[in-house]
Design a protein around this ligand. Structure first.
Ligand SMILES: [Zn+2]
Length: 79
């Protein structure tokens, strides 16, 4: 679970950027925090960098494959 102290640094968003899962090793389209939807592990990554590979951490069978989802979009520039 990601946590924060000062809510003025974060803003709720309904952007579709938060709706897509990315496979291991995929390029992160946005800088920020990503959560593995299988085991809930979180990572921080720069835009364009490769998300961690399948071997980054182990899953049980019930957790399924490693799939990364954006949960905090860093340095978002409104269009
Ligand atoms: Zn995982």
């Amino acid at each position: 679970m990601a946590i924060y102290k000062d809510a003025s640094y974060l803003q709720q968003s309904s952007s579709e950027a938060f709706d897509q899962d990315y496979g291991p090793g995929a390029a992160a389209p946005q800088a920020g925090l990503y959560r593995c939807m299988g085991c809930h592990r979180e990572i921080g990554i720069a835009a364009g960098h490769a998300l961690p590979p399948q071997g980054h951490h182990a899953h049980t069978t019930s957790q399924g494959s490693v799939r990364w989802r954006l949960i905090v979009y860093a340095d978002h520039k409104p269009k």
